[in-house]
Design a binder for this molecule. Structure first.
Ligand code: ABC
Ligand code: CA
Length: 474
């Protein structure tokens, strides 16, 4: 599927090994061991109701190819980023038939499949690696000579040296070699076709020269979103021009720091978002917007304040990019960095009564209603309405949304002011999708909202409430 088809979607990210396993055993997996926990594609098929029930219409799964089997100092390759054979599937997750069935099960529900792919490196547990053990790149000349990426400000080093260390090295593929390039392009085209993949997430995008990517993306023929781990908008935006999209890390840095404590600043979030709007390529679905992923501490490991959590979680759904939610956030999972943020989901038995499950369900519904109401919704950049207290209160307009966020926390109170000296985006009646309370602006677009308890408000113009009445039934 194209960027155009993805821009209205909402993505649920899973680590296959940790999402669902066969049989009824719900014993929690010990993440600290860094071993395979038993999740499979087949078991995922049986849990699609859970994902779709929250309103997601796309699933991003962790890398699918065969990995090295070693039990290393960093554990096993349960995450899938230590490739051994590009042309075989990881047998821990299932067979070709299982993956095809997952793809079909998603499509039967009108959901998209996104697969995580790695071309920058293969994984090695020995130093030096046994080059002959890889497929198809089984000779030393198909890799860059060993050197470690140390200085991330040196772009050449970032591209040609190796990630990892001598315990587990990420052996850097020679993406300057013409034969290697041809092989990778044909590999991705085949993979997408074989499993009817709708989009790919590209690992370590910034570790391969920019001019490698356009041809690779073209060979994939579907929406491409790349991982560029950086807090720098300009640097990240340069990578957004070589494929369809990048994960919006620059905004993530400000989003977490704005809401992780009551002394954070929402003004810096507004600042980076405004800068990103002018710097990214601006095409359809040119960013993926997220609060959590498998590499960063979960948000609930930074704060336990439910008001702050609900504000931060709302952001990706009212923002310009394609929203992505990392599995487990909806269950209040609190794991800190890798490997603690990779908890098994079966522990909680896919319980839909968790308050954060309702929170994301409402957010997905509201976004869908906004899209249905305003054809231009995804193309209309968010606008910030200046607030009396710019560090604590954020008013965001993206019609038919007016979103009011705050980082005062559950013990605080907030006042938002719209209109007057501040530009008014909407005039008339608005409904907060969380409380279903109605608000009315004055004739000239003034609105003053005061709230206790620090909760976010996602307001929809009354006329934009979904027609089937599932948001705020009367
Ligand atoms: C394993 C163990 C860990 C252990 C580690 C050494 O080895 O599990 O416990 O600490 C996979 C697995 C990991 C595994 C690694 C390495 O492989 O998931 O569990 O860690 O074997 C992607 C994926 C990620 C994946 C890989 C490798 C790449 O999302 O899951 O990891 O295929 C770099 C890469 C980035 C990569 C990330 C892990 O490493 O660029 O693509 N992620 C700076 C650099 C970044 C760098 C980051 C590393 O440090 O600029 O490029 O990311 O921490 C900001 C700056 C940033 C800065 C951050 C920290 O601060 O703006 O630039 O990032 O202010
Ligand atoms: Ca490289």
């Amino acid at each position: 599927a194209s960027a155009h088809e993805w821009q209205k979607r909402s993505i649920y990210q899973v680590l296959t090994d940790r999402f669902a396993r066969d049989g009824g055993d719900n014993t929690p997996c010990d993440t600290g061991k860094k071993q395979y926990c038993g999740g499979t594609w087949r078991a995922m098929i049986d849990r699609l109701d859970y994902i779709q029930g929250m309103g997601f219409d796309a699933v991003w799964i962790s890398p699918i190819v065969e990995n090295i089997e070693d039990d290393t100092d960093y554990g096993q390759a349960y995450h899938g980023y230590w490739t051994k054979d590009f042309y075989k599937l990881n047998p821990h997750f299932g067979t070709e038939k299982d993956l095809m069935d997952l793809s079909k099960a998603l499509h039967d529900r009108n959901m998209f499949l996104m697969v995580d792919v790695v071309v920058n490196h293969v994984g090695a547990a020995t130093d030096p690696p046994d080059y002959t053990s890889y497929n198809p790149f089984n000779s030393r000349s198909q890799y860059h000579p060993q050197c470690w990426v140390q200085d991330y400000t040196n772009q050449t080093e970032v591209e040609v040296c190796w990630l990892g260390d001598s315990k587990v090295s990420l052996v850097d593929v020679n993406t300057e070699d013409e034969g290697v390039v041809r092989e990778l392009n044909s590999w991705i085209g085949e993979l997408v076709k074989k499993y009817d993949v709708d989009g790919i997430r590209i690992d370590t995008l910034k570790h391969v020269r920019k001019d490698f990517w356009p041809e690779f993306a073209k060979s994939a023929g579907v929406w491409t979103v790349g991982e560029v781990l950086s807090d720098n908008v300009t640097y990240t935006a340069d990578w957004s021009r070589v494929i369809d999209a990048v994960l919006d890390y620059p905004t993530w840095f400000q989003l977490t720091s704005a809401f992780k404590a009551t002394n954070g600043s929402v003004a810096s979030l507004a600042g980076v978002v405004t800068q990103a709007q002018h710097t990214f390529d601006g095409g359809e679905a040119c960013t993926g917007s997220f609060l959590e992923n498998h590499d960063q501490p979960r948000f609930a490991s930074l704060t336990k304040d439910m008001a702050l959590i609900k504000n931060a979680m709302a952001w990706p759904f009212i923002n310009d990019g394609v929203p992505i939610l990392y599995y487990g956030q909806e269950q209040g999972y609190e794991g800190a960095g890798d490997p603690d943020n990779r908890e098994s989901l079966w522990n909680v038995n896919y319980d839909t009564s968790h308050p954060l499950v309702s929170h994301v369900t409402t957010l997905n519904k509201a976004r869908k209603a906004a899209i249905a109401h305003n054809d231009g919704f995804v193309k209309t950049p968010v606008k910030f309405i200046q607030q009396p207290d710019p560090n604590a209160a954020l008013a965001v307009s993206k019609p038919p949304f007016l979103t009011l966020l705050t980082n005062v926390g559950s013990k605080g109170s907030t006042t938002w002011q719209i209109g007057g000296t501040f530009a008014a985006p909407v005039i008339g009646e608005l409904v907060d999708v969380f409380t279903c309370r109605g608000y009315r602006t004055s004739e000239d677009g003034h609105l003053k909202v005061e709230s206790e308890g620090g909760m976010p408000m996602v307001m929809l113009e009354k006329g934009a409430l979904d027609r089937d009445g599932s948001i705020c039934p009367e």
